[in-house]
Structure formats: C-alpha cells, structure tokens
Design a binder for this molecule. Structure first.
Ligand code: DQA
Length: 150
C-alpha cells in the first residue's frame, strides 16, 4: 500500500510560524513521525509540500496508479480553493483531510472547508496526531475497499 501525504502553503515554516498556534514542531518532524508509523504499518509513504495551488492540483492528478490514498493538509487553501476541491473530487482515491489545529475553534473564515464535502473524512485539532490518525484512517479505508472488492 502506498500513501501520499500532501502539505499545503506555509506548512514549510512550521517550527517558527505562529508558534503560539502551531507549536514548535517542524514539517521535518511531522514527516519523520509519519515515516515511523508507515514503517510500523507496512505502508510506503511519500511526503510533498508546496506553497503553490497548481503544484498541489498536479500532484493529485498524478496520484492514482502511484498511490492508494492521500492524507492532505490543504492549509489556507482549505477555505477557498475550488480547484483543489475539484481535483480531490476528480481522483478516484480516498483523501483524508487533516489539520493541526481545530479549525472550528478559530476565526470564522477557517470554519468552512471546501475540501471536506469531497474528502473521505476530516481530522482536525490534534497537532501531529491529526496526521498520524489520518494515515491510520487512510490505511483502514484502503483495506476496507480491498475487502469489498475481494
Ligand atoms: C491549518 C489550518 C488552516 O486554517 C491554516 O491556514 C493553515 C494550517 C492547520 O493545519 O491547522 O495553514 O490547515
């Protein structure tokens, strides 16, 4: 099983970005924790971060055939990118939306996700654990789909 982890804009600055909100964990730390869990679960993992909406759309387009599921933190694009929403809807892969912070407890504009209606589900508010739970959920979903096909 192969899982793609996508990180959206500004997440490359984790560690120094708004530490009162996001803490001091870096993106490298998150990817390392994900790789450890992936090894434990017997999953191959690739992590990709971009500040560009187009690059994220293109990475989603090429994911089918290469990956079985996607764990996606669209960051600020969550709240307004119809292009990313359409890309998630277009690819025939389970996409688990994750957020470090509880977006429903923050500013009004963060309380709406345009991605959530086309995602398999959303995990929000648990810091790095949101990603780890997202990976577990993706693995579970792929296993369930394989079971249905068998
Ligand atoms: C975020 C929440 C978004 O609202 C914000 O724009 C981010 C990070 C999170 O992981 O909590 O960049 O996706």
């Amino acid at each position: 099983m192969r899982v793609l982890v996508l990180h959206g804009p500004n997440l490359n600055l984790l560690g120094t970005r708004e530490t009162g909100v996001y803490g001091t964990i870096t993106l490298e730390d998150i990817d390392a924790r994900l790789h450890d869990l992936a090894a434990e679960l017997g999953v191959e993992l690739e992590c990709f971060q971009s500040n560009s909406e187009a690059a994220l759309v293109s990475r989603l387009h090429t994911a089918p055939g290469q990956f079985d599921a996607v764990v996606f933190n669209p960051a600020a694009f969550t709240h307004y990118s119809i292009a990313l929403r359409d890309a998630v809807a277009a690819v025939e892969l389970p996409v688990v939306e994750v957020h470090l912070t509880n977006v429903y407890g923050r500013e009004e504009f963060r309380r709406r996700s345009v991605i959530a209606p086309v995602a398999a589900g959303q995990i929000s508010g648990f810091g790095v654990t949101s990603y780890l739970l997202g990976l577990r959920a993706a693995v579970e979903l792929v296993g369930r789909e394989a079971g249905v096909r068998a």
